[in-house]
Design a binder for this molecule. Structure first.
Ligand SMILES: C[S@@+](CC[C@H](N)C(=O)[O-])C[C@H]1O[C@@H](n2cnc3c(N)ncnc32)[C@H](O)[C@@H]1O
Length: 225
């Protein structure tokens, strides 16, 4: 689609990075992952397949500048913050609903600033919203969910944003979203609005795009009644 430098946001053991780097040697494929153990696994995988155009490091993807990239891949990386304890991959990193809210807002803001032509691919959704300036250009079933391809257009931002669920893509009010996230970011929801029983869900459900931010919106509505 024209992207040359791709970032896998939360790249895990780097399956996507290594496969993409091997299939498309002209691309520069970067992955950032919060769990150093997975970074080490990924480096071994890349060496094994001689994927010299794949590069990885450990760190927080939402604190990195995304300006140098024109392609992004998200496999619903942020939702783990609102999984129940037993559904997390491991306890080597700390999670909170505050962290979830902050990461969604950072991702939205970084995507909004991306250059026209930037390509975003989501699998099991991004978890949060995608700015209205992105156009959905492909939406296909793959494995246990859908792969969606979005392209940033040179369009003025609107008061709404895209929100993915497993089966649909909907427009949601940005004000509504920011209102829903505010109590999480202020720390007013930990142990309050979102309890463990409310967030505990099967890993399959929790990976579903509607399962993360959708639950936040639903809880917000519950709180208002
Ligand atoms: C659902 S896995 C997807 C892994 C990989 N992208 C794939 O397609 O197989 C999400 C990964 O994102 C990582 N992650 C979540 N938030 C992150 C952050 N803020 N910075 C870096 N990695 C993050 C998690 O540790 C986890 O390995």
């Amino acid at each position: 689609m024209g992207a040359k430098r791709i970032l896998d946001v939360g790249c895990g053991p780097r399956k996507f990075c290594v496969v993409t780097a091997c299939l498309r040697p002209e691309l520069s494929v970067h992955g950032i992952e919060q769990r150093p153990r997975l970074v080490r696994v990924g480096r071994r995988l890349a060496r094994h397949f001689n994927a010299t155009n794949a590069h990885f490091w450990a760190g927080d993807a939402t604190r990195l500048s995304w300006d140098q990239y024109d392609g992004f891949y998200f496999f619903n990386p942020f939702a783990e913050s609102i999984f129940g304890d037993t559904d997390r991959f491991d306890d080597s990193v700390s999670f909170s609903t505050m962290r979830f809210g902050v990461e969604l807002l950072r991702a939205e803001s970084k995507l909004a600033r991306a250059r026209a032509g930037t390509v975003v691919i989501t699998y099991h959704g991004l978890g949060g919203v995608i700015p209205s300036t992105y156009e959905l250009v492909a939406d296909e079933r793959a494995g246990s969910d859908r792969v969606r391809t979005w392209v940033q257009r040179a369009a003025p931002p609107a008061a709404w944003a895209w929100f993915e669920t497993s089966n649909t893509v909907e427009r949601v009010s940005r004000n509504h979203m920011h209102e829903a996230l505010a109590p999480l970011i202020c720390g007013q929801s930990d142990g309050g609005v979102i309890t463990r029983s409310q967030t505990t869900t099967s890993p399959t459900d929790a990976h579903r795009n509607g399962g993360s931010f959708g639950r936040v919106l639903a809880l917000r509505r519950t709180v208002r009644r």
